[in-house]
Write a protein that binds this ligand. Structure first.
Ligand SMILES: [Zn+2]
Length: 288
């Protein structure tokens, strides 16, 4: 259908009350599995590249595959640089043809985060590329397990409105008890804070660290005002467990690597399908 900016996909999602998964697509198996599932379900999707998670796969090698997969998909697909750390990585993502970039200045003081995000927005918008900014720190880690107790600084609703007005970001990632990685027990999400931010900010809101919530919580998070659901850890764990079973069952003498590739695609597709059904509108028939 079309390779589009994430803003277009997320604005419609926010208006109509469903969530859109943002999935890491650092290799071909992940790209193919995710897009296959989105096409089957008929739902839009955001494909992300994160340099911390797959540093061995350079962006300039995988980006053409992400972009081509998006262009050929029968559903709207956006591509995004996840957690861009500096202007150089943003420039590279734009040069590689991604439709959206995230600049994460959340560790900086407010004024400096505004200032650097403004610079990214100027550059990206000049190339027709959408921008996600982040305000309030989301703790945890997408690379190693065991960081579930680290809490970031929650996003202040008034500051969120000021941040969006001053920077012109197209998507805002917020902190309300969400964490990258796995939660230690049931997460305590401050959904009243999400509602307060959504009430002041028309820009679509992103939740990073959406892995492993109880199934019913996704609908509550979306109803509170979240549209972009960044999801990786739980999917990576499920695929890992299933690969371990495949390898354990394989005969010592069999050549199994090409089966690993096919299996990985199938598993990522299955996990994506499951997630897409969780993020649908409560009404059975979702028209994306
Ligand atoms: Zn994140």
């Amino acid at each position: 259908m079309a390779h589009v900016g994430a803003k277009q996909i997320l604005s419609k999602a926010r208006q109509e009350g469903y969530g859109v998964p943002c999935l890491l697509a650092g290799n071909l198996e992940m790209v193919i599995g995710a897009v296959q599932a989105a096409e089957e379900v008929g739902a839009p999707l955001i494909l992300a590249y994160n340099a911390q998670v797959t540093p061995q796969i350079p962006l300039d090698l995988i980006a053409p595959a992400m972009v081509k997969a998006a262009e050929s998909a029968r559903v709207p697909v956006a591509t995004i640089l996840d957690h861009g750390a500096d202007l150089a990585s943003i420039e590279q993502a734009i040069a590689c043809g991604l439709s959206t970039v995230m600049y994460d200045g959340s560790a900086l003081p407010f004024a400096e985060n505004v200032c650097r995000t403004q610079e990214v927005v100027r550059l990206a918008h000049a190339h027709g590329v959408d921008v996600e900014g982040e305000l309030g720190a989301v703790g945890g880690s997408s690379i190693e397990l065991g960081y579930g107790n680290v809490h970031g600084e929650f996003t202040d609703p008034d500051q969120a409105a000021e941040f969006v007005a001053q920077t012109g970001v197209d998507i805002l990632a917020i902190s309300f008890g969400n964490l990258h990685g796995l939660y230690d027990g049931e997460p305590e999400l401050d959904l009243a804070r999400v509602r307060a931010i959504a009430g002041r900010v028309a820009t679509p809101l992103a939740m990073h660290g959406a892995s492993g919530l109880p199934d019913a919580t996704y609908a509550a998070v979306i109803a509170a005002g979240i549209s972009k659901i960044n999801y990786y850890t739980a999917m990576a764990r499920a695929v890992t467990h299933s690969l371990r079973d495949l390898l354990t069952a394989a005969e010592e003498t069999s050549l199994v690597y090409h089966r690993v590739i096919a299996w990985t695609i199938e598993q990522f597709a299955g996990e994506t399908r499951r997630l897409l059904h969780l993020l649908k509108k409560p009404a059975a028939a979702t028209d994306y």
